[in-house]
Write a protein that binds this ligand. Structure first.
Ligand SMILES: [Zn+2]
Length: 189
């Protein structure tokens, strides 16, 4: 599946939003990928899982680990496509943690799967969780790599869409300067 076909799924499901958004990284942007809206459709979710799974098949993962909540659905679909366990890490007192009896061992090769990577912060944090559990992280995968120069996740990153959407520090955001109200789509839209 090429990037245009993936973008078309995002557009069709209203998952590519335009406006003025505060990303989870705190940076502002005029575009937002609301992956939950494309992943709510089972035919899109399974097709995206198959496609992303295909990109990381060579890493021979034994388990998928995703950060909650955004990475859970696509992580599950990639795990299904590869026939391996799909787990998620969730925040406890602000820190990503393995809960619910999920375990990783030194024998595990983990691929970290997210919906959208912007700065790579939550991917790096999820890698740390897998490493702390003794596993080896062989790569990371995301539906969308927003291509921030800071998106250095320290392992190979594979994605279906690479789109270098400008992000702004709130202090130098042109949309803020124009007085456009900012939305935090993760929680409000
Ligand atoms: Zn702004």
């Amino acid at each position: 599946m090429n990037a245009e076909a993936v973008l078309e799924m995002f557009r069709k499901s209203g998952a590519l939003l335009e406006g003025h958004f505060r990303l989870s990284s705190g940076l502002h942007s005029d575009r937002y990928f609301q992956s939950a809206l494309v992943l709510q459709y089972p035919e899109f979710a399974s097709a995206l899982g198959d496609a992303l799974g295909g990109r990381v098949k060579h890493l021979q993962a034994t388990a998928i680990l995703s950060p909650a909540l955004g990475g859970i659905v696509i992580g599950q679909e990639v795990g299904r496509a590869l026939g391996v366990r799909a787990m998620f890490a969730e925040r406890v007192d602000g820190k990503l943690t393995l809960r619910r009896g999920f375990t990783l061992s030194p024998a595990d090769r983990v691929v970290v799967v997210e919906d959208v990577v912007t700065t790579g912060g939550s991917t790096r944090e999820t890698i740390d969780v897998a490493n702390a559990a003794g596993a080896t992280v062989s790569g990371a995968a995301a539906l969308v790599d927003r291509g921030g120069e800071a998106a250095n996740v320290l392992v190979p990153l594979f994605s279906l869409i690479q789109m270098n959407v400008p992000t702004y520090d709130p202090s130098s955001c042109p949309l803020c300067a124009k007085g456009v109200p900012v939305a935090k789509p993760g929680s409000r839209v």
